[in-house]
Design a protein around this ligand. Sequence first.
Ligand SMILES: [Zn+2]
Length: 393
Amino acid sequence: MTRAIFAALLFLVAPVCASAQQNRASAAASEKNDATVQLLKKLVNAPGPSGFEEPVAKIMVEEMKPYAAKITYDGLGSVIATQGSSGPRIMLDAHMDELGGLIRRITPSGFLSMQMLGGWFDQALVDQRWWIIGSKGPVLAVTGIRDVHIASPEERTKVFPRDSLYLDIGARSADDVRAMGVEPGDPVVPDSPFEILNGSQNYLAKAWDDRIGLAVMIEVMHRLAHAAHANQVFYASTVQEEIGLRGAITASDVIKPDVAIALEVGIVKDVPGVKPEEAQEVLGGGPGVFLWDASELPNRKFVTLVENVAAANSIPLQYDLITGYGDDSAAIQKSNGGVPTVNLVVPTRYTHSHNGILNRGDFDHMVDLVTALIEKLDAGTVANLRNFAPSSE
Ligand SMILES: [Zn+2]
C-alpha cells in the first residue's frame, strides 16, 4: 500500500472512529443506569467453569439473601434459596457453571495443556484469550495457533484438534509457571467481557448458558417477594450441569419438588447456515418452551399451561426441538419417583463459545412469563399436572 492511499484511508476512517466513540460513550452511560444490565454483566463476567462455581454462588447468595426465607446447599455446592413455607413445592432451576477447562500438564518449556470441561467445538478453542484462576489470582493465557507462514496449503483449511492445543502464559519454564501461581487442576475460563452490541438490544458475552437463567431467577424472586401466590418456591442455582446435570440430581434430591421449571438458553435459526429442521427460534421473538430434546420429553400438560399463561399475558412464545441438547430438567424429571417439568429458554446465538448473543426483550418477556406461571400455580393446578390417571370417558 502506498503512503498516499494509506493517508486517504486514515481520513475516511477517522470520523467513523469518532462516532463509534460517541456511541460507546452513550451506551456506557445508559448501561450504568440500567440495574438489569449491571446484574447481567456481573453474572456473565464471573468465572465459574464446572466444579469451580464459587464466584457465581457468591453473587447468587448476595442477590437472593434479602428475598429468601433461608438459603441452604446440597452436598455438591448448589445453592437453594426458599420463599414461602406452605403450598406446592415449585423448583426453579438454572445452572451456575459455564464451559471452560482445567490445567492438565505443565511442559518443561512453560506451556500448558488443558482438559476441556463441557461441550466445546474444537475450532472454538484455538487462538483465544483465557483466564487461568491460579492461587495468586487470574493469569491471562492464549491458546497459541500454528503460524500460517509455516503451514502447508492443506493445513490452512483444517480444524486444529483440541489435543494439539496449548496455553501460552509468557512463561519460559515450569518453574516460571509455578511462580505465577498456576498448577495442574486450576480452572480456565474464556476471556470475553460483556458488551452491549453497538447500542442495540442485543448483548454479547460468554456464559449466557446459563447465567441468563440465573438472572431470570433473581428477577422473578424479587417480583414474587411482593406478590401473592400459593406456593413454596425453591430457587436452585445448580453446579456441574455442563458435565452431566450433576447438581440438578443432588438439588432435586434435597428439594423434593412437586413440579419444576428449568431456565436455559434456546437455540436459534436466524443466522446463516442453519437448516430449517435444525432449529426453530429467533432472537427477539420472545422466550421459548422446549417440546422435545434428546434428554427429555417435557410434561405435556405443563407445556399447555405455559402456552395458556403466555397467551393470557400477551407474551410471545416460541418452540424449541433440538437433538444435541440436554438440560437440568432431564435430571429433575427422573428424580423422586418422577416430577412434571418444563424447560423455558431465552434464545441465544453461538452458545458454548466465547461470544454468545441474546436479546434484552426476550429476557424481559421471560421474567414476565415465569412470574405469571408461578402465580398461576396452586394446589389444584399442581395436582392436575401430577395426575396421570386416564380419563374415564
Ligand atoms: Zn445450560
